[in-house]
Design a protein around this ligand. Structure first.
Ligand SMILES: *Cc1c(COP(=O)(O)O)cnc(C)c1O
Length: 241
């Protein structure tokens, strides 16, 4: 069982790397985006398999599941956890203990809670480096309502300043999820423009986290530096849990 799962993951991971390579070549890019495998709904055993295949970046969208998996995989060398889901400020303390990065900072209250929690975690020695923070931007047509979240583009500057000013946080860049029922490409182009603007103020904020299983090629064409891939590596998730 474990061996066939490992073989399945090897095959799927190889296929995704192939897609990334082709998209990078098609875009004429010299850099290659980082692959983060989103492991939500899948067991810690899968994280172990992926680590064995050389993967070091994994992500989750809920604190409870992430905290449990991070604890179960604490023995894996150099594994980095990326928190990509909507975050309540009362979960900041927990996330600051295990997360290398939070991709979904979408309001000042969350940024401030993370700043405080990361500072405390650094002081306790629960973490050794500042928490990487990406601002999640809402790329929807303002009329749409699909609940995917993120800060309004007009609020990015204030959020960026709050993050950049916090010693325990590092302003890494922007993140977005392509809006449902709209083509991904124009949305990612908009994200790329917002990233350019952000970098003109905060040159260190180079990360562009965009691209999931169905739209990674569009994201790579639009300069994504981090891809968040779930189902195309791990398989279909159970519909509800
Ligand atoms: C689940 C999830 C992903 C991965 O999506 P797939 O379609 O499974 O590749 C990426 N980003 C976020 C924020 C997610 O919640």
């Amino acid at each position: 069982m474990a061996q066939s799962r490992s073989a399945e993951l090897t095959e799927k991971l190889t296929a995704v790397h192939g897609r990334i390579d082709r998209a990078v070549a098609a875009a004429g890019r010299k850099d290659r985006p980082e692959l983060i495998v989103i492991t939500k709904y899948f067991p810690a055993a899968d994280v172990e398999h992926l680590h064995g295949l050389g993967l070091r970046d994994v992500g989750e969208n809920k604190d409870q599941e992430a905290a449990a998996k991070a604890a179960e995989t604490a023995h894996l060398q150099d594994l980095k956890w990326h928190f990509v889901g909507q975050l309540q400020s009362n979960k900041a303390k927990s996330v600051a203990r295990y997360a290398h990065a939070v991709h979904s900072v979408d309001r000042l209250k969350v940024a401030n809670a993370l700043a405080k929690a990361a500072a405390a975690a650094l002081e306790r020695g629960d973490r050794t480096r500042p928490l990487q923070c990406l601002i999640q931007v809402d790329l929807r047509d303002p009329a749409a309502e699909d609940g995917r979240g993120g800060a309004a583009p007009a609020d990015v500057d204030a959020l960026a300043e709050a993050i950049a000013d916090a010693d325990a946080l590092h302003l890494a860049g922007l993140m977005a999820v392509a809006p449902l029922d709209q083509p991904a490409r124009p949305a990612f182009e908009r994200l790329q423009r917002l990233s350019r603007r952000l970098r003109s103020i905060h040159p260190q904020a180079t990360a562009v986290s965009a691209g999931m299983s169905q739209d990674l090629e569009d994201a790579i064409a639009c300069g994504a530096t981090h891809l968040r891939i779930g189902r195309d590596v791990l398989g279909e998730r159970p519909a509800h849990r």
